[in-house]
Design a protein. Structure first.
Length: 311
């Protein structure tokens, strides 16, 4: 069973309705929790993360005393935009504000990972949406954004410019609380480093500063298609605690990714290297990583996390 733990200490509390409950003592490197995907997205209960950020993020965890909040007194407001990327390409972004009438919430920008879309954050919305205006883009080529051709030339500058465009056009250029998961963390960290005026705080979930080998994934996608690759690989990537129904949901989500986007993206991944950039991040930063993940050891994450001042 994969387990997850934050790289730095964080505090977990819980609440039901408007009442705040006492905070559980900090946990560190060996807390017994599922893989971060399961813990942050799929379990039935919710823990309340408040680290060094002054953010209010909720992680999904197995605490029996933390019922799901159902007392929202909100006026829903939901919209979306298609942002031009040049040529015929567009980037989709949903904009949701479920905070109380008259509130002036800060904006949280959620950036998904490879082979996903903004739908990967769907269970977060009732939770973080109580306190934040939420912007969820479909990263270029994924979800409802325009597919990229198989020979498309990806670059870190390109995807950072895309995120910058999202902040400028979906939040009037005002700084956001930025949350990047998996490969979405690359562009999120680079945005925080290059454009500090746009980022209030940064949360990195399952992130890395260098891309890994993708030749086998690329070959499998080209040989059998995205849906078959997702079905064959998903269970191993999520560990043993996720239900069969949840695994099936993630397979179906990934299967929606165009093969051409997968091909060009997977060819780009091994070239990613932002190791020298992360040391320039100056906003409050929280890094969450798996301590039994199959892709990279925890020590690799802590090696670059420690270069981010105050993280």
């Amino acid at each position: 069973m994969n387990m997850f733990t934050p790289v730095l200490q964080w505090r977990v509390g819980y609440r039901s309705g408007p009442r705040e409950y006492p905070t559980i003592p900090p946990m560190h490197a060996h807390g017994k929790h599922p893989s971060f995907e399961h813990a942050l997205v799929h379990a039935q209960q919710q823990a309340y993360i408040s680290g060094c950020l002054g953010l209010r993020l909720h992680a999904r965890a197995s605490f029996p005393f933390s019922p799901i909040r159902t007392d929202y007194a909100m006026t829903p407001s939901s919209s979306h935009k298609y942002l031009p990327l040049g040529g015929d390409a567009q980037l989709f972004a949903s904009i949701e504000d479920y905070t109380a009438p008259g509130a002036r919430p800060a904006t949280m920008l959620l950036v998904h990972g490879f082979g996903e879309s903004s739908e990967a954050w769907r269970e977060w919305i009732p939770i973080v949406g109580a306190d934040f205006r939420v912007v969820r883009p479909d990263v270029r080529g994924f979800g409802r954004s325009t597919p990229m051709p198989k020979d498309f030339g990806w670059s870190m500058q390109l995807v950072v410019d895309d995120l910058k465009r999202v902040v400028e056009q979906c939040n009037d250029g005002e700084p956001v609380h930025l949350v990047g998961a998996k490969s979405g963390s690359w562009m999120s960290m680079k945005l925080a480093a290059d454009h500090p005026q746009l980022v209030r705080s940064l949360t990195v979930i399952g992130g890395a500063v260098k891309g890994g080998a993708t030749a086998q994934w690329l070959a499998d996608n080209e040989a059998t298609g995205v849906a078959a690759w997702a079905a064959a690989s998903m269970k191993g990537r999520f560990g043993t605690m996720l239900s069969a129904e949840a695994i099936r949901w993630w397979i179906e989500l990934t299967a929606q990714t165009p093969l051409s986007t997968m091909q060009s993206y997977l060819r780009w991944v091994p070239t990613v290297d932002i190791a020298e950039d992360v040391a320039r991040i100056r906003c409050p930063t929280l890094v969450i990583a798996a301590d039994a993940g199959k892709l990279r050891p925890l020590s690799e994450t802590t090696s670059w996390q420690r270069t981010i001042v105050g993280s």
